[in-house]
Design a protein around this ligand. Sequence first.
Ligand code: LLP
Length: 422
Amino acid sequence: MNHFEFHGGELCCEGVPLARIAQAVGTPVYVYSSATLERHYQVLRDALTGVGIADPLIAFAVKANPNVAVLRTLARQGAGADVVSEGEIRRALAAGVPADRIVFSGVGKTRGEIAFALQTGVAEINVESEPELELIDAVGRELGVRAAVAIRVNPDVEAGGHAKISTGKADNKFGVSLAEAGRLYARAANMAGVRAVGVACHIGSQITDLSPMRAAFAKMRSLVERLRGEGLSVERLDLGGGLGVPYFNQPEPPPPAEYAAMIAEVVKGLDVRLAFEPGRMVAANAGVLVAQVLHIHERPEGRRFLVIDAAMNDLIRPAMYDAYHDIRPLRPRLGEHVIYDVVGPVCETGDTFTRDRPLPPLKAADLLAFMTAGAYGSAMASEYNSRLLVPEVLVKGDEFAVVRPRPTYDDMLARERTAPWF
Ligand code: LLP
């Protein structure tokens, strides 16, 4: 459920018509709903606690939506943060996420980032490989701390979904094998600069079927039991990212209650603190990208291009993953649907949001929204073609605030320097 609905023929975010935001801030613009963010967090938390999972750490995957106001909205609900860089740690801290609710993941952490994380006092570093474990140990000893680490295991399951975001197969770069995990865990337990606290896995994103998750989590349970059987202490189990979301042309993901019930069943009696790193299921349906129609370009060959002022640099998911986003005119006109190819101004054919999409009839200057764009939308935006970074607006009830303004062209140019030989 989300809070983007039509009232009086106008698509609104909570109590604010999106057209009013477009008029005030200009387009393209991302708009997020506080109520939806809060609700998604609460539904997941209640589902988990409802099946008896006590005090789960729900660490929002900052990569999905790093806007500090978005993070603050979630932090106020009690969310932690799953981070993958020093930048994300800084964002989480700026948003008021307590350091002891921050989990630091990622396959290529630098010495500097590890030191920063340890000085900050993050809850846990998820270790992806043996060289990384050795580096964390060295940094921990230098700083005179024992870094709490979880070994990220690659459970080698086929998660389905898009190959570019599937992470849990043995030929992916993530984590160590189940066989290796035991050896590494035992090594970690004997290191002076680290403290082995648990194990972690994440098999991929936009997963709409519980069975690969169940298979992976069952393997993680066996691993915890095996490690304990060897006399090692395992306090925490991190079960990675959350469920997929409905993008309207895909299988409906199971409800959070079913996900929670499956987890409760798999970990029954295990006595570990569970952590989760959901991004998409919390933020995707809490955001839209609003754009304006520039013109309609009809080619004699029969294609009808709806040229809009948003482009692949603002929302790259269709170009990168062939992702489908529902498109809704903010004030739909009556009349038969028309077939459009929706494209942006960037100079490559990849800048196509969709082909052959039936939409209500549109005209130049009409406004439309790309739905389900609150996760991996603005987060992946760039200035390709020297287009200004897209601004972000947060809505709460009848109010809205520009939480990241559109930069000016002077801002863009001021970041660069000339070279001495010019
Ligand atoms: N934890 C780890 C270690 C991850 O790598 C990810 C996502 C998550 C948690 C959050 O997963 P989620 O709950 O959002 O499914 N840009 C792509 C998605 C990349 C996901 C990367 N890792 C997209 O737009 O579909």
